[in-house]
Design a protein. Structure first.
Ligand SMILES: NC(=O)c1ccc[n+]([C@@H]2O[C@H](COP(=O)([O-])OP(=O)(O)OC[C@H]3O[C@@H](n4cnc5c(N)ncnc54)[C@H](O)[C@@H]3O)[C@@H](O)[C@H]2O)c1
Length: 267
């Protein structure tokens, strides 16, 4: 059946809020057993509770995606408890806005560690268990910023562009090795989540048109003016794409990029 994830075990990182929480809920609704992880313990436990209250199956684990030993523990834990792993959504990510001439090396490296090292470690440690499980689908959350440049977001663009090509390389390598694991990148456009009120606020100086008069933070509704139609998307718009890529409905979709941006990059 289309978009059916029954019998699948899915790990979603950065699942305490925003797109990650929506992905975890949608995968559970499609029948998957979900392991939701995040550095935010309270948020991720709330995600798991929301799923179980709705009749799904989920549990929460605390995970910092930058730590290799933590990835090893998470995969061991899933192997011991669920016995298999079929889906990995590498969603955890941050965006630090700053002009290229002002961005600190610390901010650059923090983005690389979470957005790129985290995705690399997820692929590295999930593929063996997915192979043992008989099938796998890795969905790496990139961005429209992985397709084209945005002023004030050079570090973020570097990580998201890296995720895009890493995903293709992983797809080809798995196929060549006859590992039954697919790997695709997903590129959200402007999605209404808390990310716009966090460090991304630093791009305000480079993009004054994205700040409401009298404010000092990025306003997602102003950013969405760059989207044909002028509206931001919702986390569920991305989660629906994730469920498709996780399910067997996409079994011949591999090494590609799914852009969900309401034509933002179409012109
Ligand atoms: N919202 C958008 O417009 C948009 C657009 C394109 C791409 N994205 C991407 O989608 C993903 C989710 O973004 P969102 O908008 O839901 O953001 P968000 O800020 O709402 O959620 C990000 C989550 O990642 C978690 N996280 C941060 N650092 C972590 C770490 N080291 N280890 C584990 N978890 C960590 C946070 O605690 C948070 O729960 C990110 O990769 C982001 O780059 C978002």
């Amino acid at each position: 059946m289309l978009n059916d994830c029954k019998g699948k075990v899915a790990l979603v990182t950065g699942a305490a809020t925003g797109i990650g929480r929506s992905c975890a809920r949608a995968l559970a609704q499609a029948g998957a057993v979900v392991i939701a992880t995040d550095i935010d313990q309270k948020g991720v436990e709330e995600t798991a509770s929301l799923i179980t209250e709705a009749g799904g199956t989920a549990r929460a684990l605390v995970q910092d995606v930058t730590q290799e030993d933590v990835w090893q523990d998470i995969i061991k834990n899933i192997k011991a408890q669920e016995g298999k792993l079929h889906v990995l959504v590498n969603n955890a990510g941050i965006a630090v806005g700053a002009s290229i001439t002002e961005m600190s090396l610390d901010d650059w490296q923090r983005q690389i560690a979470i957005n790129l090292d985290g995705v690399f470690l997820g692929c590295k440690h999930s593929i063996p268990l997915m192979t043992e499980s008989g099938s796998g689908s890795i969905i790496n959350i990139s961005s429209v910023a992985g397709l084209r440049g945005t002023p004030g977001l050079s570090g973020y663009c570097a990580t998201k562009g890296g995720v895009r090509l890493m995903s293709k390389a992983v797809a080809v390598e798995c196929a060549n090795n006859e590992w039954p694991v697919r790997c695709n990148s997903l590129h959200p456009g402007v999605i209404d989540t808390d990310i716009w009120g966090r460090e991304i606020a630093g791009i305000a100086e480079n993009n004054p048109d994205m700040v409401a008069p009298g404010g000092n933070r990025i306003d997602v509704n102003l950013v969405a003016m760059a989207v044909p139609g002028g509206k931001p998307g919702l986390p569920d718009d991305i989660a629906n794409g994730v469920v498709y890529l996780a399910s067997d409905a996409s079994s011949y979709v591999n090494g590609t990029e799914l852009v969900i941006d309401y034509a933002m990059t179409a012109r």
